[in-house]
Design a protein around this ligand. Structure first.
Ligand code: ADP
Ligand code: MG
Length: 444
């Protein structure tokens, strides 16, 4: 048999081993199931270990958290007193504080490290007690961190690391004065790491002012949207959006999905309607800024555990949150800012998994769609649902009916093909079709 010419060997992937990590770190990585560093990790970790200030830019879902958590853990002095935090990580949302803390705890396996998350919406007392018990790593939202500083319940005089995670988002939502106030209270000889999906001029300025000759490492390819995500749009009249959502869910049977709405009220409405329509109302939940923190925490952990399949959300959770089994993102309302599109869609396709994103576009929102397409440098594909009229004409379309529908993932009880009539879309409309029940005619 003719032998084909041998292919040139592929360059070996960087290994965690080659980054010069400690044995205990290697073990923790192994039990976390991290075999190879992601590009941002391979780039940031060695520089951070060398004591350099780093501004790391990489798109969402590429492992930025471990890229700063690993050097912090390697740099902690575990023998020194535990009442002076050695690392401060600032994050824009409460959910992220919890997520980063959990990642730090996971990667700290085998070491005695106290990680405390401080964020608003939870009684400050509890956090003070935790801090009193010791904290080498503090992860917090700027407001609450300042609060602790003002009360004297946190002492940053021995900080070695300061991290700004999701820096672009923090500046977006007006944390800048808080961040600067906190940074001024941190020792000058600390090491500063800044992680961001984008580096707008405001971040560059902040970096210039508060970092020591930072090195910028950019891992964002020109195409900022995750390649493994298929992206579609539907044109639909606002009054028909909910019906479209139901049809889409029945067609797709997502494993797990987030339905993004623009406002808290809209989120609540879609959530209630969806819950009413679902055979198993427990699989649907909402999350938005009006909910108290413990309710938000409960929802997020149930979502992470896969107990909740559909999360109706505002952009409050559009950034940074990592739930790897999300298969579908549905932009029920087109995002107001195109950056939010990138972040919402980045909730799926995590770590190279496949995902799909659908955006509902009202007839007068073409401009928004174009701006998104320009931003991601790619055209969204047009989609439509068979036998569904997206226009709110009287008598048009067929409502999905009054029966609850099975919104379970493919292959679940009553899934398409299993014979459950509720699982399959209704037959195409006939000319004798009755008017949709009143509640479907109402605009959202
Ligand atoms: P980012 O902050 O860039 O959005 P995250 O730090 O949230 O990304 O990481 C995304 C997901 O990838 C998380 O579930 C994390 O546990 C996982 N992950 C991170 N690094 C690795 C790795 N080296 N190998 C495998 N999975 C990883
Ligand atoms: Mg992150």
């Amino acid at each position: 048999m003719k032998q084909s010419a041998p292919k040139p060997p592929e360059p070996p992937p960087a290994s965690f081993d080659s980054l010069g990590l400690s044995e205990v770190m290697m073990k923790a990585l192994e039990s976390a199931g991290y075999e190879y560093p992601t590009p941002v990790q391979a780039g940031v970790i060695p520089r951070a270990l060398a004591g350099v200030d780093v501004l790391g830019q990489a798109r969402t879902g590429t492992g930025k958290t471990a890229s700063f958590v690993i050097p912090i853990l390697e740099g902690l002095q575990l023998k020194s007193d535990i009442h002076h935090p050695q690392a401060l990580v600032m994050v824009p949302t409460r959910e992220l504080a919890v997520q980063v803390r959990d990642e730090a705890i996971k990667l700290a396996a085998g070491r005695k490290v106290h990680c405390v998350a401080v964020y608003g919406g939870k009684p400050i007392r509890e956090q003070i007690d935790k801090l009193k018990r010791g904290a080498q790593i503090v992860i917090g939202t700027p407001g609450r961190v300042l609060d602790h500083l003002a009360r004297g319940t946190i002492d940053f005089s021995k900080l070695k690391f300061v991290v700004l995670d999701e820096a672009d988002r923090m500046l977006d939502i007006g944390f800048r004065p808080d961040i600067e106030r906190i940074l001024r209270r941190c020792p000058d000889d600390r090491q500063t790491l800044l992680l961001s999906a984008t580096v707008p001029p405001a971040i560059a300025k902040l970096a210039e002012r508060y970092m020591r000759t930072p090195e910028t490492l950019n891992f964002s390819p020109a195409d900022i949207s995750v390649d493994t995500i298929e992206q579609f749009y539907f044109t639909v009249d606002p009054q028909r959006k909910f019906e479209l959502l139901l049809r889409l869910l029945v067609r797709e049977r997502p494993k797990q999905g987030i339905i993004f709405c623009r406002t808290k009220r809209g989120t609540e409405k879609v959530f209630l309607r969806l819950q009413k329509k679902s055979k198993d109302p427990r699989i649907v939940a909402a999350i938005h800024g009006d909910m108290n923190q413990s309710a938000r925490d409960r929802v997020m952990s149930a979502f992470r555990a896969g107990k909740i399949r559909f999360l109706v959300a505002t952009d409050v959770i559009g950034r940074g949150i990592d739930v790897s089994s999300i298969s579908h993102i549905i932009n029920y309302d087109i995002p107001a800012f195109c950056d939010d599109y990138v972040h919402r869609v980045g909730r799926t396709g995590r770590m190279g998994r496949e995902g799909v994103a659908y955006t509902f576009v009202a007839p007068d929102e073409g401009y928004e769609l174009t701006r998104i397409e320009e931003r991601i440098n790619r055209l969204l594909k047009r989609d439509e649902i068979k036998d569904f009229d997206p226009h709110a004409r009287e008598r048009s379309g067929l409502p999905i009916g009054d029966r609850p529908v099975n919104l379970g993932p493919k292959g679940s009880d009553g899934a398409a093909g299993s014979g459950d009539p509720a699982a399959t879309p209704p037959p195409p409309p006939t000319s004798l079709q009755r008017r949709p029940p009143k509640r479907y005619r109402k605009a959202l």
